[in-house]
Design a protein around this ligand. Structure first.
Ligand SMILES: [Zn+2]
Length: 487
């Protein structure tokens, strides 16, 4: 915490997209919050300060903290259900290094807060993995909501296992069955919530993470709904990411999946649902009525062939939404600033297209709300948490032939992580001159890559088995097995 820190910049967008910006400004920070916002003398600014545009930092509304990226271990982008078996290629790596590197990369694109849906490497070591993520959140210094994964059904396919087993050679079947039998139960997960709750600190918050409706039993979903209501702890869940999930939901919930979730009390202002690509307008309306927030994840949905987020319907229903990277950004580089531009352009032909202010609100305020709740952040105002970014606006606009071009138009056309100068979270400098300074991310990246190469070489993935599983999974869904009864 840097009490008394003063940040100066040539331009200020206190709430981007809402009203004009301000010129040279100085922001004083005390106790991690903004204490004063004053006009500054442009002549007194240093050259980097004069170049900078200050605005609120961004929130990544859905991610998994992939310090080792999926492409780096050979899981090629593919339809989600066929991609999941390829994640078995991931070598065992240090969970601290994995999380810290992911958080540092996020910081370098202006992210001050992220939902971390934890993917366990070893389901029996979740407490130790959570402790490592909590240390990474403290060391890097961005605000992390850790969703503890509750998955107690359908780890292989959505529906009965028999047709899948029948299409696999006998030697591949035991591992598939073992996977289905190795899931942590509700009681174990609830005990882990207690234990991991003790690890919470200013930048590490715990959430219930029912992985998705097709992956969590009714008993588990209902228990989480009740526990969340009792404790106020938030819930983060994937939902209706792919067409196959939509088809499974329609076959298994004749009265509707979303009304079912409502009937057990899961829909509340404490719930975030990720993806929701296949939501229908009436479902958007019900979620909006219950105060749920959606994280849209456009790049991930393209890369995993999931479809296009129904942003028009989400907005028409008044359903609050944030923006997430899901560890699957378009250039595989955790660039949140580019992601905003993708969302902006991708939906520009929607009937009633978004205003710029809505886009920035999604990334700065609504997404943030799903991580830290309502803390007054996501805007630069006196009393708000001091979570800010400085962007090198001079570099972004060097070719402009006059000085009063709308900075928002330049941001929407050009902003990317390479323009980030500085990230401040709770008054602490996390990124300076575009580089994470709270940890040595470059050294960590070298170490993680070397360790990943060594671990992969020591225990090579069984490419043949993964390919057979992918083919069997594809056949399972092509045959419509997920549309018949049973789980
Ligand atoms: Zn995800």
């Amino acid at each position: 915490m840097s009490d008394g820190l003063s940040i100066r910049a040539g331009r200020l967008l206190a709430t981007p997209g809402h009203g004009g910006g301000q010129g040279a400004s100085a922001i004083r920070i005390m106790g991690g919050r903004i204490a004063a916002i004053e006009a500054a003398d442009p002549a007194a600014l240093s050259p980097p300060e004069a170049d900078a545009l200050l605005m609120p930092a961004l929130a990544n509304a859905h991610d998994h903290g992939r310090g080792l990226r999926t492409l780096a271990f050979g899981a090629a982008d593919a339809p989600l259900e066929e991609w999941l078996p390829a994640l078995a290629r991931q070598p065992r790596i240090d969970p601290y290094a994995c999380a810290a590197l992911a958080f540092a990369r996020m910081a370098e694109s202006g992210i001050c807060a992220a939902n971390h849906c934890h993917n366990t490497q070893d389901g029996t070591q979740l407490l130790a993995e959570a402790e490592a993520v909590s240390r990474a959140a403290r060391d890097v210094g961005i605000r992390i909501a850790f969703a503890l994964p509750f998955q107690d059904r359908n780890p292989n396919v959505y529906g009965k296992l028999d047709p899948l087993l029948a299409s696999l050679p006998a030697e591949d079947r035991p591992a598939v069955v073992a996977r289905a039998n190795a899931l942590r139960g509700l009681e174990t997960n609830m005990a882990l919530i207690e234990a991991i709750g003790a690890l919470e600190h200013e930048t590490f918050m715990l959430q219930y993470g029912p992985v998705a409706p097709q992956w969590a039993s009714h008993e588990t979903l209902a228990a989480i709904a009740a526990a969340s209501q009792e404790t106020g702890r938030r819930v983060h869940m994937h939902m209706l990411e792919t067409e196959r999930q939509r088809q499974w939901a329609d076959a298994h919930y004749p009265g509707g999946l979303v009304p079912f979730l409502d009937s057990i009390g899961l829909l509340s202002p404490r719930l975030t649902v990720a993806h929701a690509v296949w939501l229908r307008p009436d479902e958007c309306a019900l979620l909006a009525e219950r105060g749920v927030t959606v994280s849209i994840n456009l790049s991930s949905n393209m890369r995993l062939r999931s479809g296009r987020p129904p942003l028009h319907d989400i907005r028409a229903a008044g359903l609050r939404f944030g923006i997430g990277l899901d560890g699957m950004s378009f250039d595989d580089d955790e660039d949140m600033l580019r992601e905003l531009r993708l969302v902006w352009h991708f939906h520009a032909r929607d009937a009633d297209p978004m205003a710029a202010g809505e886009l920035f609100d999604a990334a700065m305020r609504s997404g943030r709300h799903t991580i830290v709740g309502d803390d007054g952040g996501g805007t630069i105002a006196i009393g708000a948490p001091a979570d800010l970014i400085a962007i090198d606006f001079a570099a972004m606009s060097a070719d402009c032939v006059h000085d009063d071009i709308d900075p928002v138009a330049i941001l929407l056309g050009r902003m990317k992580a390479a323009h980030l100068q500085r990230l401040v979270v709770a008054g602490r400098d996390i990124v300076i001159d575009g580089r994470c300074v709270s940890i040595d991310a470059e050294a960590l990246e070298r170490e993680l890559t070397a360790a990943g190469r060594a671990a992969f070489a020591a225990q090579r993935a069984d490419d043949g088995r993964i390919a057979r599983m992918q083919q069997a999974v594809r056949g399972y869904y092509d045959a419509g097995c997920h549309r018949s009864g049973g789980d």
